[in-house]
Design a protein around this ligand. Sequence first.
Ligand code: 13P
Length: 252
Amino acid sequence: MRKPFIAGNWKLHKTIGEALDLAGALKQEVAGIDDIDIVIAPVYTSLAKVADVLVGSNISVAGQNCYPAASGAFTGEVSPTLLKDAGCRYCIVGHSERRQLFGETDAFINQKIKVLIEAGLRAIFCIGETLEERESDQMYEVLTTQVREGLKGISAEDMQHLVVAYEPVWAIGTGKTATDQEAEEAHAFIRGLLQGLYDEDLAEATRILYGGSVKPDNVDGLMAQQDIDGTLVGGASLKAADFARITRFKRG
Ligand code: 13P
């Protein structure tokens, strides 16, 4: 059985004060939920303070990105080691906004995964096709390349510290969710890729999250799908009540 995993990506939102208010409210709203993993990813400037507020709670904290080096002359970057120092257990890597707006390649994302697992963090590894790729029948090829290149050299043991997040780019921030069937199809395909790269046991054990306009009113249908093990939520993670409702998706 794969333990459900519900993560909120706050992207570039919230001052420190607002982040602390949201984290505090969320802590109360989800208190006592112990059958799933709950993770939030605030902006760098509020990470340490949010992590402090959540010590001892059932919510873990994630970085939204990292640079694949422990330290050095890398102006403006943050390392996995420093994220861990700030109280993070997880880090998002390969988000489509990083790929599209900041030109991140599969090889660069692969380096990040390696360095962050080595630093003792867990990776939330994002993949997903654009609308153009989907409409021109390149979706499966794109997902295959992202998975194969992103996970190059990642051992089966290290895979225990990684969850995959399938986020179709056309569904992010658009209010246009993939249908339950579209999402399930992609997830089953990704699980098949993991089976090919590793083995069936690993593929069955790896959690694959869906992201892209997940809301309180569509989470139940998505989570009812066999290969959807959790969600990576953007907009709806910015309101405590909405995100809490998502963590209370209908259990099967
Ligand atoms: P939205 O939920 O706002 O569509 O964002 C999804 C996302 O990109 C999470 O990483």
